[in-house]
Write a protein that binds this ligand. Sequence first.
Ligand code: SF4
Length: 438
Amino acid sequence: MAKQTPTVGLVSLGCPKALVDSERILTRLRSEGYVISPEYDGADVVIVNTCGFLDSARAESLDAIGEAVRENGRVIVTGCMGGDADGIRKAHPKVLAVTGPHQYEAVVEAVHDAVPPVHDPFTDLVPEQGLKLTPRHYAYLKISEGCNNRCSFCIIPQLRGDLASRPAAHVLLEAERLANAGVRELLVISQDTSAYGVDLKYAASSWRGRDVAARFADLTEALGELGIWVRLHYVYPYPHVDSVIPLMAEGKILPYLDMPLQHASPTVLKAMRRPANQEKMLDRLSRWRTTCPDLAIRSTFIVGFPGETEADFELLLDWLGEARIDRLGCFKYEAVDGATANAISAHVPEDLKEERWQRLMARQAEISSEILAAKVGRTIDIIIDEIDVDEAVGRSQWDAPEIDGAVYLPDSAELPVGEIVRAEVLGVEGYDLVARPV
Ligand code: SF4
């Protein structure tokens, strides 16, 4: 049976700038396979691009919205009047969505929600899951942009603004499309994953016929229903993160948390203006590991932050001995133009930064080899990333691509790339494992 072609109507009001916006919206929708209808009848949804410059223009826009609601019933409002969402909803409570001027992405996403695009593999230039730069079997899933924190060494909030989360349904639809296209592992990313949805006041949106709140725990739980590996990156140790640990213990999402902690000394953390407290962090880690003994923590640390004393650094080394972070990256502090940390006077000399870096990495090498040695003899799942001559190279659930270790499977060139296989861990090589398929 032929697929129903989604059809969109558009009423464009106002100046030439609004007309150009309308053209852009239509161009994007047309390229996604939507048909543009000149009539209210036959359109699955109608966009009204409004003008709000003068009172008379506002009145005309409200009339046009009213007419579209009467004639078609399914209306999305955008354009200059979109900034007054409350006023529009008061006059026309039935409108499906309201977006502001120049918010092409938001209008298009509202259309996707109202009438999902239909992918046609014979005519579409772009595959349904979009164009990806990662291998076919894993994909990054960005759930928000920007950040509400103000860490003193970082200028991301200046560059990308405050936290702006995507509605849960948008994230989940993208995740579903990726899973349907053969992706076996989703890497959930953002600047601050655990803060997801704060800016949306956790507003729910509809996915698979039910409401899903834009909340870290709810989104994670829903992603866990897809039946593929889900890995969480950039999670801060806020108390509500506790709620996803049982999902890891149940195997719904991977027992892995990428949690950039940066330091352990309270003085340095305060100067960094980091959102965490290391003492409570040790308690929290221990509780998490009781719930999910297989949990792997990946973290990054900075040595040589301005003002870091030998005592601060030793505190960090001791803390690492207790925390036993599974995977660790360490950076020597570098002054970034525009970061407030540059104003802290006591900068650490380069040779001391280097010495601290060496000491920290040596400490971590001991911790890591003990952690990895405990895996020998276990039979685990491994996702195969590539075949290198006669060896398969994969990753365990404790390893993210590019940043963590690998699992080498000698004489296993027949293993299918992108599939998850069972293998027995035979040994440890540095930060990597060697295994044999079972
Ligand atoms: S380091 Fe991360 S949490 Fe801190 S301000 Fe930058 S993006 Fe936000």
